[in-house]
Design a protein around this ligand. Structure first.
Ligand code: GRF
Length: 236
């Protein structure tokens, strides 16, 4: 296999998606390796998790820099020192500036807890429940200048159950996130999903050549699990 892509994860808090990426990358056959974790918050719980798994961590607090550009610049310098080839935002709660985004365009991805382009921004689960949608989910996309707006790489859907509240729905989506993000980072690291002309170009999947299996799956509330991996493959 060709060299694994050096990936740095940016977090601000809990770090459960970061943990899922580290777990996937602990398999030497996975096409990306996690070489570092950067947090803008010193108290992010994810920092301890990463350190316990032997991953280098760095705190780069906004308060230590006079302006946003300087903060972005320090993050960029840290990425360069890690030798980053891919940047994975995983619950990173700051908007990165245009200069930074342009530099990493096509090499920076994010996970969002909704089926974009619906429910950009915050509080996606509460808004989904208020809207009365029956299918919700998560999206991994390339990061572009507009928030939660970049080309979609992969999505996973979950049902909204009768009686769900924000927390039960968030927990169901989070489970899907932890399967989707490693899958999507793997596609980018292998070059099977790349950004070109403002769109995601997906390589032909040899194992999915027979499109007769590519049906849209509606979540069945009677079944515990939907086949998220398959769903992610067919919903680029
Ligand atoms: C996730 O729901 C992710 O989709 C969103 O922020 C949350 C981060 O959670 N961008 P965690 O830090 O990965 O546990």
């Amino acid at each position: 296999m060709s060299a694994r892509k050096r990936t740095v994860v940016l977090i601000s808090g809990r770090g459960s998606n970061m943990t899922a990426l580290i777990a996937a990358a602990s398999n030497p056959d996975y096409p990306a390796e996690i070489v570092g974790v950067i947090s803008d918050r010193a108290n992010a719980a994810g920092l301890g998790i990463a350190a316990a798994r032997g991953i280098a961590t760095k705190v780069i607090s906004r308060a230590d820099y006079s302006n946003k550009e300087a903060h972005d610049g320090a993050i960029d310098a840290a990425l360069v020192s890690f030798g980053a080839e891919i940047v994975a935002l995983a619950g990173y709660m700051r908007i990165l500036g245009a200069r930074f985004v342009e530099k990493w365009l096509g090499r920076m991805i994010n996970i969002h807890p909704a089926l974009l382009p619906a429910f950009k921004g915050l509080d996606t689960h509460a808004r989904a429940i208020r809207a009365g949608i029956r299918i919700h989910g998560c999206t991994v996309h390339f990061v572009t200048l507009d928030m939660d707006d970049g080309p979609i790489i992969a999505q996973a859907a979950v049902p909204v159950m009768v009686g769900d509240n924000e927390d039960t729905l968030a927990a169901r989506v989070l489970k899907a996130e932890h399967r989707l993000y490693p899958l999507a980072l793997g596609l980018v690291a292998e070059g099977k999903a790349r950004m070109e002309g403002g769109r995601t170009v997906l390589a032909h999947f040899a194992d999915d050549a027979d499109n007769s299996t590519s049906v849209v799956m509606a979540p069945d509330p009677l079944r515990e699990e939907t086949d998220l991996e398959h769903l992610a493959r067919i919903t680029p």
